[in-house]
Design a protein around this ligand. Structure first.
Ligand code: ATP
Ligand code: MG
Length: 335
């Protein structure tokens, strides 16, 4: 039985345009699923519907096999960490973490035991008597997590909890969250618009675009076989190169794509496309070469040191047949 089962979830805020359009998704018990998509695609709306903070226009949400549509948030046994988590500034770390248990009128010794356990898991012991103003951003974030996990809910919902942290801290917190997931064995739905975060954290990724679920799969599956042009170009840094019909005899055939690492620069003879080298971006371990095709389209190839061509030089772009992805005119992947 899935821990969370969403069936045909539709939500409109204004009675017309759907923020979510018939989304169906199952999250397995103890899974860490990442919900990924650009700003405004409906990620927060999905979480708020699961938490009971928003009423679905139609569709069903079940937690551990029980339909919860009519249950108030407090009876759903889920905990949500928001993008802009707010700690109580006048309360200590200890009191902040204890807060959800106090609200439930748990016994004092039990509260103390669970706060201790949570502080241990998150490495917050030395900070228990400080106030939020005396903590770094990452420490505050850990307290917000502590407040969510102290109840040991059935489902954790994380809404871009790392977005306020600097790049280095984000990477560290990502790893901490994955480790935390392993330790708690909880079911987690983690929302982000950052595809790198999704690829590194998720056991599976669900890609949402304009209120509709476009693909669900492991990071490797979604990367290797994107179901649509949207997924192909959204995932990867940079995303997949797309060459449109203009480069073919029959434009109606749709488009083809290839990953930057699957394009090799070489002689024009026998190349798939002829191109002129434009921008060359050295990134340290590798270099991105932007090249303009005869159709006017630009593609990016990832090349190693020693293979870097001169700006303005004429090159051929070689891509092995099995590394080409084909899409129809609507953007759907062709087998
Ligand atoms: N309370 C609301 N009233 C009206 N429209 C809303 C409301 N909340 C969200 N929307 C709209 O619903 C759509 C989905 O919003 P949502 O907040 O779920 O997106 P998101 O994927 O979380 O975006 P972001 O990455 O920017 O947080 C957007 O078009 C948004 O404008
Ligand atoms: Mg959001």
């Amino acid at each position: 039985m899935p821990a969370v089962a969403i069936t045909n979830l539709t939500k409109t805020y204004d009675g017309r345009t759907p923020a979510l359009d018939a989304v169906s998704l199952e999250v397995a018990a103890e899974e860490l699923l990442v919900l990924l998509g650009p700003s405004g695609c409906g990620k927060t709306t999905v979480l708020r519907c699961i938490a009971g903070l928003e009423e679905p226009t139609s569709g069903e949400i079940a937690i551990d096999g029980v339909v919860v549509n009519d249950l108030p948030p407090k009876d759903r046994d889920v905990a949500m960490v928001f993008q802009n988590y707010a700690l109580y500034p006048h309360l200590s770390v200890r009191e902040n973490i204890a807060f959800p248990l106090r609200m439930r009128r748990e016994a004092k010794p039990e509260i103390a035991r669970r706060v201790g356990e949570t502080a241990a898991v998150l490495g917050l012991y030395p900070l228990l008597d400080r106030r939020p103003a005396e903590l770094s951003g990452g420490e505050r974030q850990r307290v917000a997590l502590g407040r969510a996990i102290v109840r040991r809910p059935k489902v954790f919902l994380f809404d871009e909890p790392l977005s306020n942290l600097d790049a280095q801290l984000r990477v560290a917190m990502r790893a901490e969250l994955v480790a935390l997931h392993r330790r708690l064995r909880g079911t987690m739905i983690y929302v982000t618009h950052d595809q790198t975060e999704a690829m590194t954290m998720g056991q599976r990724i669900a890609v949402l675009d304009r209120g509709a679920l476009r693909q669900v799969g492991t990071p490797a599956e979604v990367y290797a076989r994107p179901a649509s042009l949207f997924v192909a170009t959204f995932i990867g840094t940079p995303g997949m190169n797309v060459v449109n019909g203009a480069a073919f005899a029959r434009p109606a055939d749709g488009s083809v794509g290839f990953r930057p690492e699957d394009g090799r620069l070489g002689p024009r003879e026998g190349a798939r496309w002829s191109a002129i080298v434009g921008l060359v971006e050295p990134l340290g371990s590798e270099t991105l070469v932007h090249a303009k095709l005869e159709s006017g389209e630009t593609v990016v190839c990832r090349v190693r040191e020693g293979e870097i061509p001169a700006v303005g030089s004429a090159v051929g772009i070689h891509v092995a047949a099995e590394k080409l992805h084909r899409f129809d005119v609507t953007g759907r992947r062709l087998p």
